[in-house]
Design a protein around this ligand. Structure first.
Ligand SMILES: Cc1cc2nc3c(=O)[nH]c(=O)nc-3n(C[C@H](O)[C@H](O)[C@H](O)COP(=O)(O)OP(=O)(O)OC[C@H]3O[C@@H](n4cnc5c(N)ncnc54)[C@H](O)[C@@H]3O)c2cc1C
Length: 294
């Protein structure tokens, strides 16, 4: 009797993860688990934890690099109507973790709810964006979050305040939790202005970053305090560097893009090479923003 026997309807063994990530690289998950409701997620996580199996949550896979040998554990994906539901109540929005962030931004703008357009061009689910405190120079998702509903480190349902969620630059204290949903508060404002800002941010990103059709995971490294990783990498001369099918973008030195035939290991080797160059050139240790699963 295995821990998955009770969950056969929502678990598939040996599922390739590459098609589920933006990089489209890496091997298979030992188990891919897709609970359909929060209650099912609670029971599933309890079984995984009781079996002592390693586990991860996968959103849009826009910040994840799966190792070539895959992930020998359970990967939980929150998909389906219950996990993609969004409800509006005046300026307050309740979004389930599997909801698509870009669709949510557009929906908010059309309702005259403004602020979230600061995250234009960030591919994410709501859960992934909250967990990572996604954002950039125009703002971060935590500026709009009022509460986060999670399965906590003990697998219990819990609602956390913004303070308890512990948001910082590309981090939160939600590591070890499954984000089930988030409550956001936006401002009631001018729809036309929000549309213009949304499109201006898109254009700004399109000019500075590789096109969205190119496989990447956004910025590979975090900005060190008071500095910009992209500038440090550029000054260290890494643009265009290549290992196998992975290449540092010519347009943005903090993006590693991949070509046909690339392996996850190419990305890791290239990232290490770039990190070493910055260390030699500027004496700064860059830290990965990319979440590597192995
Ligand atoms: C072209 C491109 C541009 C990007 N630009 C930006 C940018 O401007 N700013 C920015 O911040 N990021 C950017 N990123 C990175 C990425 O979009 C963000 O990190 C985003 O938040 C990832 O969301 P996701 O749903 O894809 O999460 P994933 O990549 O699937 O997961 C990211 C992390 O969150 C965890 N996670 C996911 N869902 C949950 C959940 N429900 N509960 C608990 N943990 C969870 C995962 O385990 C993993 O540790 C970019 C990526 C790409 C490909």
């Amino acid at each position: 009797m295995s821990w998955c026997d009770d969950f056969r309807h929502i678990i598939r063994p040996d599922v390739p993860l590459a098609p589920l990530t933006w990089y489209r690289l890496g091997g298979a998950a030992r188990w891919l688990c897709e609970p359909r409701t929060p209650a099912e997620a609670v029971a599933l996580l309890a079984a995984i934890r009781a079996a002592g199996a390693p586990w991860r949550v996968l959103g849009r896979g826009a910040n994840v690099l799966v190792a070539d040998r895959g992930f020998d554990g359970a990967v939980i994906r929150l998909v389906g109507p219950e996990f993609e539901r969004v409800t509006f109540d005046g300026p307050c929005v309740s979004a389930a973790a599997g909801a698509d962030l870009s669709a949510l931004i557009r929906d908010c703008i059309e309702r005259g709810l403004v602020g979230l357009e600061a995250l234009a061009g960030v591919p994410a689910t709501v859960g992934g964006a909250v967990r990572m405190n996604a954002g950039g120079r125009h703002g971060e998702v935590s500026a709009f979050v009022t509460r986060v509903h999670v399965l906590n480190e003990r697998g219990e349902r819990e609602t956390r305040s913004v303070e308890q969620a512990g948001f910082g630059y590309r981090r939160s204290r939600l590591e070890g939790c499954v984000v089930l949903a988030a409550d956001l508060r936006l401002a009631e404002g001018n729809r036309e202005e929000a549309r213009r800002r949304h499109s201006a941010i898109w254009k700004e990103k399109a000019a500075a970053q590789p096109p969205l059709s190119v496989r990447s995971a956004g910025c590979v490294f975090k900005n060190p305090p008071g500095q910009r990783a992209g500038k440090l990498l550029d000054e260290a001369g890494v643009k265009g560097l290549r290992v196998g099918g992975a290449q540092v973008s010519e347009r943005h030195a903090n993006f590693i893009v991949v070509h046909e035939g690339a392996r996850a290991q190419d990305v890791l080797d290239l990232a290490e090479m770039a990190r070493q160059r910055v260390l030699m050139h500027a004496g700064v240790e860059l830290e990965l923003e990319l979440d590597v699963w192995n």
